[in-house]
Structure formats: structure tokens, C-alpha cells
Design a protein around this ligand. Structure first.
Ligand code: ADP
Ligand code: XUL
Length: 523
């Protein structure tokens, strides 16, 4: 018999860098439970800082795989103690920090299939990993492997055209190539390589879980158009790598029922399904319910921009991933390092350290800033790779200073112009109906959002999503149950709370003029 919607639960886990989080929704999409385990403070025996170990070379960054396993034991116990009734859970999904890799030792699959419910996973899986410290996304020690891969693929742009990104050091293929070289023995012992997301799904499944297309796009190995491993990339990375990776699957797939371990130990029903896990950024896109034509701008410590795109147009900047909720579509992700911290510096220097005064400067200066512009890269920027502060007067001459109020507007307009230009280069176009969804700390500032709206010439909505990856995972668990019968993700989540409209473009906001010759290389 079908359980009533309010009785059913859907769990979304997020194995992120610093913590393991979970969120439960009921069939009406109400959030009914949230919980988490902080790695540094709750599992101090692993001696991580911020969930990772930074090695002596400062480039290698890893996390102990058994810490993630133990965190899951702890989290499920916490949920049980909080009274969560696991027999109500109809489906589980989740996400993981992208790019990280887990190496299962030969024989681990058999162990996974026969987990004794009287013991915790941490005890049971002690001997199951050939590499104890997993490379994670913060690692940047694989420069040589990136160069080799790009050479094998016919250049950086060609690699981007195949895999959605040029070679990046944190991308999993390059990490695998490096490990094969530096830890040859451990590499030989591996029978399967998982991403953090598919590793986590494997725990629930009691078998190796497939890598999904969307998180698989963060490896420099998947051909994002054929959605199969690229031969040329596989060969350049490691021999017979496809056997170690398994075949990738659509992100909306159901992988199978939850393992009997969870049935006996926690009281899950045998019918509870495990939907494919994916990367945290794809899961956030699902949590925000981003649709075609929308752009999400997250204004946190660094700024990120997510886009839903129909036709991929990868470039040397940013990343194109297969879309996590519609297998025929794509998403783009852009990271900007100089976000809130740069806004804080200009606030301190030009607005007496007050967001109020910063906002007043935006109110008191006109849209377009009378032609004054600025690009502020306090630290080496990711998109574009540029550094330094570059200011231009209305005649496009470089100048060394602007008045404080003009500087505030130049900063915010310059940042958002850059977000828009780079989004457009990846295939984004502003069409009627486009929504800009703003999240993150600075999205509480209405004047900043007004500039965002004017620069994008589109309405801006805010959405409070401190936990968007978990929420997106819970939504994806729910969708997984019906995806195969052709029901769209948006049909399933249509009753979720709507984002709030906070700014509409000023009538004078036209298409921003194309960047000038002098400034086009640094937008
Ligand atoms: P993260 O998730 O990356 O840790 P948050 O999304 O919490 O970061 O955003 C934190 C940032 O929000 C702070 O660095 C701060 O500069 C910015 N912020 C907070 N309040 C405001 C405000 N009123 N106006 C502009 N920026 C703000
Ligand atoms: C994305 C990236 C990070 C990780 C960790 O490319 O490296 O956002 O997913 O959250």
C-alpha cells in the first residue's frame, strides 16, 4: 500500500569538505529533519583541519576515507536518537564534494555485500580501501598530469570541448594519473575507483554505485556529449581505467534498494531505494530548482555562478557539466575568488566599514557610474586569471583612483559585469523570463541586488539556501522514484516554496555596453 505523502520521507545527504549533513523532507516537500557531523570537532582522532590534511608540499590535500565512513555511523545514530523513523524513508540520495576520489581495495565489493548489521561501518570497512587518504578538490599537485592530458587530447581547448573543462589539477582524472605514478603499489591494489558521491552511494547500496553523468563531468574523463568515458582521456590517464570506473549512469537513475545492513541495523524498509548520488554543485542546482534561462549567483566568501544551458559551449574558463536533473541538458559552473572579501575591503576603505554606507554609495551613484569602471582582483582570480586593481575613467583611460562612492559602484558593477560576460561566453543568453537567483551572505543587501538586476537586465529573486546541496539531494531522491516513468523533476518539486522577488531592472538598464578594447581582457 502507498504511504500517505506526509508519512513518506526522502533523505538527502551531503558529504562536503568540513562536515556530513543530512536533510529529510516529507512528500509535501516540507523539511522535517536536519542533522550533521562536523569532522574536525566530532571526529578529532582524524586530526583534520577544515576536514582535510594539507601535506608538507602545500599542494597535496587529502581526507581520510575512514573519517567519512565513521561520520556516517555517527550521523545515522544521531538521527535515530532524534527519533527519525527510518521505516518511513522511501528513497535516499546525496551529494559529495566534487572531484575527490576513493580507492576500494580488491575484495571490498564482497565485504560491502555482506555487512554484518551488529557492527558499525567503520569496523567493517577497515581493510576495504587501498589508499587511506583520498585526494580532494583542494589538491593542486597534479600540474604535470594536466599538461600531459592536454597534450594527449590535442590541446586545452580540445580537451574542454570533449570533457567540458580544460585540465584542472583538482579534476579526478589528473589525480588518478598522479596517484598511479606516486603510489603505484596502492594503485595496483584498487579494484574500483569512486568519486566521493558514488563512494557514499556505495555504502547505502552495499555494492559499487555507478558514477552519475553530472559529477562524472568533473573528472576530465567523461565525454559530456556522448556521456561515455572518452577513449583518448582514459588512455592518457591509466590503462584499463574504464574497468576501474564502471559505466556512468544518468543522474536521475535509481541504483537499487538500500542494503540489508540498513534494513536490519536502522529499520529501513527493503523497498527503500537509493537514487544516484551526484556532486554538491549539481545537487545545489537541483535544490535551487534552477530552470532553463535562469542564472544563480551565490555571493559567499567567493562568488559562484550556476547556469542551466541547453547547448554546451565549453571554453578555457569555467566548467560545463551534464545536468543533474535533465539528462539531455547541461549546467555551467563559474568560480570567482574575489567576491565578498573584496567587497569587504572596499567597504572598509570607502564606506567606513559599514554595509549601510556601502549601500548608500550605491543609491547615490547612477547606473553605469557615469562611465567609470573598475576590476578588482585582490588575489589571483580564477575567472579570468588576472590580478590587481584596474580602474578606467569615462574615456577608457586607466586611472589610479576614484572617489569613494564611485569606487563602490565601480566595484559592484565590475564584478557583476564580469559574472555576466563569462556566463555569456559559456553559452548563456538573457532571454525574456530570465530570473537571477541570488544566494549567500551578500544577497541580504538590496542595493547590491539592484545592481545585479541592472547589470543582468533581469529580475532578481533571493532564495535562502544554506543547505541547498542536501535539499537538492532530497528532491532528487523523490524524483528518482518516478523519473523512469517520464515525470520531470520540476513536476515533482513544483510545490516547493518560491523564491522572493527583490529587485527589478531600472528602466534605464539597457544591455551593458560591450567591454572596451582596454578592459576586455580583464573582465
Ligand atoms: P560562505 O558560505 O562562503 O562561508 P556566506 O554565504 O555566509 O559565506 O557569506 C559571507 C559573506 O557575506 C561575508 O564575507 C560578508 O562579506 C557578506 N555579507 C554579509 N552581510 C552583508 C551585507 N549586508 N552586505 C554585503 N555583504 C554582506
Ligand atoms: C567545484 C569544486 C568545489 C567542490 C567542493 O568545482 O571544486 O565546489 O565541489 O564543494
Amino acid at each position: 500500500m502507498m504511504a500517505a505523502a506526509q508519512d513518506s520521507l526522502y533523505l538527502g545527504f551531503d558529504f562536503s569538505t568540513q562536515q556530513l549533513k543530512v536533510l529529510a523532507i516529507d512528500g509535501h516537500l516540507n523539511v522535517v529533519h536536519q542533522n550533521n557531523v562536523q569532522f574536525d570537532s566530532e571526529l578529532p582522532e582524524f586530526r583534520t583541519r577544515g576536514g582535510v590534511h594539507i601535506h608538507a608540499d602545500r599542494l597535496t590535500v587529502t581526507s581520510p576515507v575512514l573519517m567519512w565512513v565513521k561520520a556516517l555511523d555517527l550521523l545515522l545514530d544521531k538521527m535515530k536518537r532524534a527519533g527519525l523513523d527510518f521505516s518511513r524513508v522511501r528513497a535516499v540520495s546525496g551529494s559529495g564534494q566534487q572531484h575527490g576520489s576513493v580507492y576500494w581495495r580488491r575484495g571490498a565489493r564482497e565485504t560491502l555485500k555482506r555487512l554484518d548489521p551488529d557492527q558499525d561501518l567503520y569496523q567493517l570497512l577497515q581493510g576495504s580501501f587501498s589508499v587511506p587518504d583520498c585526494p580532494v578538490w583542494m589538491d593542486c599537485s597534479s600540474r604535470q598530469q594536466c599538461q600531459d592530458l592536454q597534450a594527449a587530447a590535442g590541446g586545452a581547448l580540445r580537451l574542454a570541448e570533449i570533457t567540458g573543462s580544460r585540465a584542472f589539477e583538482r579534476f579526478t582524472g589528473n589525480q588518478i594519473a598522479k596517484l598511479r605514478l606516486t603510489r603505484a603499489e596502492q594503485f595496483q591494489e584498487a579494484e574500483r575507483i569512486s568519486l566521493v558521491s558514488s563512494f557514499a552511494a556505495s555504502l547505502f547500496l552495499g555494492d559499487y554505485a555507478a558514477i552519475d553523468y553530472s559529477d562524472g563531468s568533473g573528472m576530465n574523463l567523461l565525454d559530456i556529449r556522448t556521456r561515455n568515458w572518452s577513449e583518448v582521456c582514459l588512455e592518457a590517464t591509466a590503462p584499463h581505467l574504464d574497468r576501474l570506473l564502471g559505466a556512468p549512469v544518468p543522474s536521475t537513475s535509481v541504483l537499487g534498494p538500500v542494503s540489508s545492513y540498513f534494513v536490519h541495523r536502522y529499520g529501513f524498509l527493503e523497498s527503500c531505494r537509493v537514487a544516484a548520488f551526484t556532486g554538491d554543485n549539481p545537487a545545489s542546482l537541483a535544490g535551487m530548482r534552477l530552470q532553463q534561462g535562469d542564472v544563480a549567483v551565490s555571493l559567499g566568501t567567493s562568488d559562484t555562478v550556476f547556469l542551466w544551458i541547453q547547448q554546451p559551449r565549453p571554453t578555457l574558463e569555467g566548467h560545463v557539466f551534464c545536468n543533474p536533473v535533465d539528462w539531455q541538458a547541461y549546467m555551467a559552473l563559474l568560480c570567482f575568488k574575489n567576491g565578498s572579501l573584496t567587497r569587504e575591503r572596499i567597504r572598509n576603505e570607502c564606506a567606513g566599514g559599514s554595509w549601510e554606507h556601502f549601500s548608500a554609495a550605491l543609491r547615490d551613484t547612477p547606473l553605469g557610474n557615469n562611465g567609470n569602471m573598475g576590476f578588482y582582483f585582490d588575489t589571483m582570480e580564477i575567472t579570468p586569471p588576472a590580478v590587481g586593481v584596474h580602474r578606467f575613467d569615462p574615456d577608457d583611460n586607466k586611472v589610479s583612483s576614484l572617489s569613494p562612492q564611485v569606487e563602490v559602484r565601480a566595484l559592484v558593477e565590475g564584478q557583476f559585469l564580469s559574472r555576466r560576460v563569462h556566463a555569456e561566453r559559456l553559452g548563456y543568453s538573457i532571454i525574456p523570463g530570465t530570473r537571477v537567483l541570488a544566494t549567500g551572505g551578500a544577497s541580504s543587501n538590496e542595493e547590491i541586488l539592484q545592481v545585479l538586476s541592472d547589470v543582468f537586465n533581469a529580475p532578481v529573486y533571493t532564495i535562502d539556501l544554506s543547505n541547498s546541496a542536501c535539499l537538492g539531494s532530497a528532491y532528487r531522491a523523490l524524483h528518482g522514484l518516478v523519473a523512469e516513468s517520464g515525470v520531470s523533476f520540476f513536476e515533482v518539486v513544483k510545490k516547493a516554496p518560491e523564491p522572493q522577488l527583490v529587485a527589478t531592472p531600472h528602466p534605464a538598464a539597457q544591455e551593458p555596453s560591450a567591454p572596451t578594447a582596454d578592459s576586455s581582457d580583464i573582465t
